[in-house]
Design a protein. Structure first.
Ligand code: ADP
Length: 295
């Protein structure tokens, strides 16, 4: 099983010809509400890959919270560890213009109320093959989760997004760090992905830097770095490509597959997700991923 300790957000997406400037009002083309949040996205990605998934976090006591929870249960995800906190659910207010450019306001809402583990969470984590962590919950909660996973010998996989300085204690409790190239640069102050990965290996034993259409770079202490190209596809929407990759990678590793094979399989899952619009909507099933990975 895969455990996720992370965020749930309702994405409120406004499609506009051109984003408004300060003080300006524009007429948009369309509006959509779609379940998101990096934690929930990774949980859905793992569930579509066929894993048993438990989600730990919080939704708000509002209509969005009801919808966020039911989006997870619709994918068979166990939400017993997903609290309903007082107040609003997390929301992301997204403006997408005709060029595909976006600007985003995230209001953490219920996610900010997750400050540690609660009854049952440690058991949920202990029963998993891996714990997936991101940085959309308060750091103290992320740390508590990482510590619990460590105590039970559960692999911790950290997506360091949104990018921020990481406490040494969190890095010390991380088995696999999966930054995209911007996050890797922000963490190290370096630009070349290979150098970033080498620098990060001083803090964690394994790193995967995701490079968009250029694929991924894997580095581990004492081993030659491995570069895995992405399948060549026509991308229409790369939202949650990284989350799809991480969810699929965790499932493959949890099944005991070797890292190179797991990386290729997760790259296939992510490549499928970018060919379709949406975040959770775009995530492939296990059969689809198998078909592309074997092609
Ligand atoms: P994030 O979504 O976190 O910004 P990336 O842009 O690096 O991260 O994308 C994550 C992964 O998704 C990539 O490593 C790759 O496997 C896949 N991916 C992203 N964009 C494309 C693309 N245009 N074609 C094929 N695969 C892609």
């Amino acid at each position: 099983a895969i455990a996720v300790l992370g965020s749930t957000n309702m994405d409120l997406v406004a499609y506009v010809p051109k984003a408004p400037r300060l003080g300006e009002t524009v007429t948009g083309r369309a509006f959509r509400t779609v379940p998101g949040g990096k934690g929930a996205n990774q949980a859905v990605a793992a569930a579509r890959c066929g894993a048993r998934v438990v989600m730990i976090g919080a939704v708000g006591a509002d209509e969005f919270g009801v919808r966020l929870r039911s989006a997870l249960t619709a994918d068979g995800i166990d939400t017993a560890g997903l609290r309903t906190a007082e107040g609003a659910s997390g929301t992301a207010h997204i403006t997408v213009d005709d060029e595909g450019g976006n600007s985003i306001i995230v209001i953490p809402g219920a996610n900010a109320r997750v400050t540690g583990l609660e009854a049952g969470d440690e058991t949920r984590i202990a029963a998993a093959d891996a714990l997936l962590l991101q940085l959309e919950l308060p750091l103290e909660a992320v740390l508590a989760g990482a510590r619990a996973a460590r105590a039970h010998g559960v692999r911790t996989v950290l997506t360091p997004a949104p990018a921020q300085t990481l406490p040494g204690e969190l890095l010390a409790a991380t088995d696999l760090l999966v930054p995209n190239e911007h996050e890797a640069a922000a963490l190290t102050g370096l630009t070349d992905p290979g150098r970033c990965a080498a620098a990060l290996l001083e803090a964690v034993p394994e790193v995967v830097v995701t490079l968009g259409a250029a694929g991924v770079l894997y580095a581990a202490r004492g081993r030659e770095p491995l570069s895995v190209p992405a399948p060549r596809v026509r991308a229409v929407d790369t939202t949650a490509a990284g989350d799809t990759f991480v969810g699929a990678l965790a499932v493959a590793l949890g099944e005991g597959r070797p890292m190179p094979e797991a990386l290729r399989w997760a790259s296939a899952a992510a490549a499928l997700s970018v060919q379709r619009p949406g975040a959770q909507d775009s995530m492939p099933t296990r059969a689809e991923t198998d078909a592309l990975a074997l092609a």
